[in-house]
Design a protein around this ligand. Structure first.
Ligand code: SF4
Ligand code: SF4
Length: 204
């Protein structure tokens, strides 16, 4: 039989008479220090669904799936995988789409599904090939950010026309069904299809 070392017995005796190092949760609430990095909290009004945070999240706690049939992007945030690194907050393009709170014990749950959050954003799809361009909120955010410079992009111009209802819905706000034509220059197209129309316009 191996006997414990004297040093270990000493440590055990000392620990009996010293206060606990850990927080007595849930008996007492956690008191975070300044700058404590806890559970990220999404600001629904400021998150535009651009997926930048998903691209920078080291443990891939944030994932994105696009349903083109429904025209919806779903952002899934699994805080069971989060390492509280703050990358999502630091790289958020709006600067306030997600911020780390000082709460950590909110994610102490028995069922991991309870700490998975979802956000849904409307997708912007190419009216010709159905490719995902981005989300509508993302593009409108760029409008606000860039101001008049946004109109150097024909896609931005067409989106604004749609929002202000300046276009003729019969001619423009519709799916391309009989091949790309010159008029589709003023439709919502992905960069590839827009390039195709422009090349067609030059060669015609
Ligand atoms: S706006 Fe910010 S929080 Fe929302 S998806 Fe983009 S980077 Fe993430
Ligand atoms: S804090 Fe880090 S690990 Fe957690 S969701 Fe944000 S980027 Fe991912």
């Amino acid at each position: 039989m191996r006997y414990p070392k004297i040093r270990e017995i000493g440590e055990a005796v000392v620990s009996l008479f010293t206060p606990a190092y850990t927080t007595p949760f849930p008996g007492k609430g956690h008191e975070p220090f300044t700058g404590y990095r806890g559970k990220p909290v999404v600001n629904e009004k400021s998150c535009v669904g651009c997926m930048t945070c998903a691209n920078v999240c080291p443990p891939m706690a944030i994932t994105v799936s696009d349903d083109r049939e429904k025209g919806i992007r779903t952002i899934t945030r699994d805080y069971g995988k989060c390492i509280f690194c703050g990358q999502c907050q630091e790289h958020c393009i709006t600067g306030k789409g997600v911020e780390l709170s000082d709460k950590i014990f909110d994610i102490a749950v028995t069922d991991r599904k309870e700490i998975i959050e979802y956000q849904e954003r409307e997708l912007l799809l190419c009216r010709n090939c159905d490719a995902v361009i981005t989300t509508s909120d993302h593009l409108f955010f760029l409008h606000r950010k860039l101001g008049p410079k946004a109109f150097s992009s024909i896609l931005n111009l067409n989106m604004l026309n749609q929002k202000l209802k300046l276009e003729d819905p019969e001619k423009i706000d519709s799916t391309v069904e009989d091949g790309l034509k010159r008029k589709d220059m003023f439709n919502i197209l992905c960069p590839n299809c827009l390039r195709e129309v422009q090349l067609k316009t030059i060669s015609d």
